[in-house]
Design a protein around this ligand. Structure first.
Ligand code: MLC
Ligand code: AMP
Length: 502
């Protein structure tokens, strides 16, 4: 079978080109016809830039309708879309540019002076800019070119997008997601969550991650839905927009922040059909407070960059706080011991899965890819969980050393590598501690050298220069030594217990 992923969505919204697609708070509106045209304009830019099918396009731009059109333009020409968090620093962006070897890099107009030289040094042949009001060189060039209704034919197993995600190595890996991965997960979620013709999606997530880009926008496009497209999450703006919306997707921090608004309650949510949460654990307290205040049970689901969505609480039927529900249709999940042997219901083990949603591998890392799969094809998520007899999954922890802060992943190893390389530092351990707003936040426990020791301030300054803000430790604590087990491994559980109330 051959397909084009843009055509897959276009076939669904094509009969609704006059329907509103994106509604932005500053008043601009784009219909499905407008986005179809804009994506054709941007496809012309990609073709002019000689971006071929299968080549990577790295994009680090602000959330805007233009950014959505650029994503769709990549799908049109069969290029591999690689979005980056706008918080990434030059050091971080440089790594992605070298690793992905893109044919084109697109950044914000105001970032060009800083990032163009980084891209040139990384050997990227061409860079462009895109601003929120279609300013920048992409918009300028698009206005000169004839729109191109490109629909390059691709195979289902071809890569459509690559999203960077880290791991125990601390080195970010590009997770290659195929056309089939994205299409199958979109169809499943659209059906499972019962999208209805006049659903209106409230969208306040970033669009450089699976959650905001694929889960939210793909469902909306399959449904030809109107999307209230907010530049970022702001509890009072979201509260104001809820009466016009029917579905919202968010990370748990969205819900805890909404509950802090005094006027948030049943009245505001009267028109809502569904609140969905994911990317991080939703506490039972938030689930029940939300239900008391609004009458709505938040539907919690579970997913990963490498797999899209894996499980979901049911639309009809019991949504149980603290559980992430059942395997989505066509996906098989199991809980296994360390050798991959499935465990009986009720026992805690590693969560593994198989299905059309599972990525094709890590970019240029075949050994790493192989390590993450069992011989029988199951992908090892690194999450720990337990299944009930009837297949309901609860997550109880992570076997990976991962911190999730406000839905963003922080890999301690990456931060530790930056700190350990500083003068005056012997070693460090970065741990997550509970945080009321973000779920978890990170702190660094550092052993300074005896001669000329680094100070907390110098460590914070160095991390600020090299790491995106969300990854920077919120605090640095100096200690004489780190606790280790007999194997010499740092015992982070002891550190977490000791600094829990920090
Ligand atoms: C922003 N900051 C964060 C942060 N977000 N720090 C730690 N963790 C975060 N998540 C920084 C800001 O730069 C700022 O720096 C300071 O922290 C406080 O900012 P804020 O104003 O409170 O944050 P805000 O901009 O409101 O953002 C918080 C947030 C946002 C939770 C709304 O992070 C967000 O939208 N998160 C969603 C992430 C997401 O989509 N995850 C999906 C991953 S996909 P300063 O300098 O002011 O201190 C995935 C798979 C799946 O996981 O299952 O979905
Ligand atoms: P990412 O690599 O950014 O895709 O993050 C994926 C990780 O987020 C998963 O492996 C889980 O650890 C976590 N995650 C996603 N959804 C949930 C959820 N509903 N509850 C707990 N953790 C979640």
């Amino acid at each position: 079978m051959h397909l084009n992923l843009y055509k897959f969505f276009r076939d669904r919204f094509g009969s609704s080109l006059d329907h509103t697609f994106l509604v932005c708070p500053e008043g601009s509106r784009l219909s499905y016809g407008d986005i179809d045209h804009l994506s054709a304009c941007f496809a012309a830019v990609l073709i002019h830039a000689k971006v071929a099918a299968g080549e990577r396009v790295i994009v680090q731009v602000d959330k805007s309708p233009g950014a959505v059109a650029l994503y769709l333009a990549c799908l049109r020409v069969g290029a591999v879309y690689v979005p980056l968090n706008i918080a990434y620093t030059a050091t971080e962006v440089s790594y992605f540019l070298r690793d992905a070897a893109p044919a084109l890099f697109v950044c914000r107009p105001e970032a060009a002076a800083k990032f163009y030289p980084v891209a040139t040094l990384a050997g990227v042949p061409l860079s462009h800019t895109l601003g929120t009001s279609l300013d920048g060189s992409v918009g300028k060039l698009a206005r000169k070119l004839t729109p191109h209704e490109a629909l390059t034919v691709r195979a289902p197993g071809d890569v459509a997008a690559m999203l960077y995600t880290s791991g125990t190595t601390g080195r970010s890996k590009g997770a290659m997601l195929t056309l089939d991965n994205l299409a199958s997960n979109a169809l499943t979620l659209h059906r499972y969550w019962g999208f209805k013709p006049d659903d209106v999606l409230l969208h306040a997530l970033p669009i450089f991650h699976v959650h905001g880009l694929f889960v939210a926008l793909h469902c909306a496009m399959l449904n030809a839905s109107r999307v209230i497209f907010m530049p970022q999450f702001d509890a009072s703006e979201v509260s104001k927009a809820l009466p016009e919306s029917t579905v919202m997707m968010g990370v748990p921090t969205f819900y805890t922040r909404l509950l802090l608004c005094a006027d948030f309650g049943r009245e505001v949510c009267g028109h809502m059909r569904l609140f969905i949460s994911g990317s991080a654990p939703l506490s039972e307290q938030t689930f029940s407070e939300f239900e008391q205040r609004t009458g709505h049970q938040i539907l919690e689901r579970y997913g990963m960059t490498e797999t899209g969505m894996i499980t979901s609480n049911p639309l009809e039927g019991e949504r149980i706080a603290g559980t992430v529900g059942y395997a989505l249709p066509e996906i098989k999940i199991r809980v296994s011991d360390e050798s991959g042997e499935p465990l009986p219901a009720g026992q805690v083990g590693g969560v593994e899965l198989k299905g059309p949603n599972v990525f094709s591998g890590y970019w240029r890392m075949p050994e790493k890819t192989e390590e993450e799969f069992r011989k029988d094809g199951y992908f090892i998520t690194g999450d720990l969980g337990t299944l009930t007899e009837d297949g309901r999954l609860s997550l109880v922890g992570r076997s990976r050393d991962l911190i999730i802060s406000g839905g963003y992943n922080i890999y301690p190893k990456e931060i530790e590598s930056v700190i350990d390389a500083l003068p005056g530092v012997v070693e460090s351990a970065v741990i997550g501690i509970p945080h009321v707003d973000l779920g978890e936040s990170s702190i660094a426990i550092v052993v300074p050298s005896r001669d000329d020791p680094a100070s907390c301030e110098s460590i914070l300054e160095a991390t600020a220069a090299q790491l995106a803000r969300f990854k920077q430790p919120r605090d640095v604590i100096l200690v004489d030594e780190l606790p280790r087990n007999t194997m010499g491994k740092v015992q982070k559980n002891i550190l977490r217990e000791r600094f829990d109330g920090k």
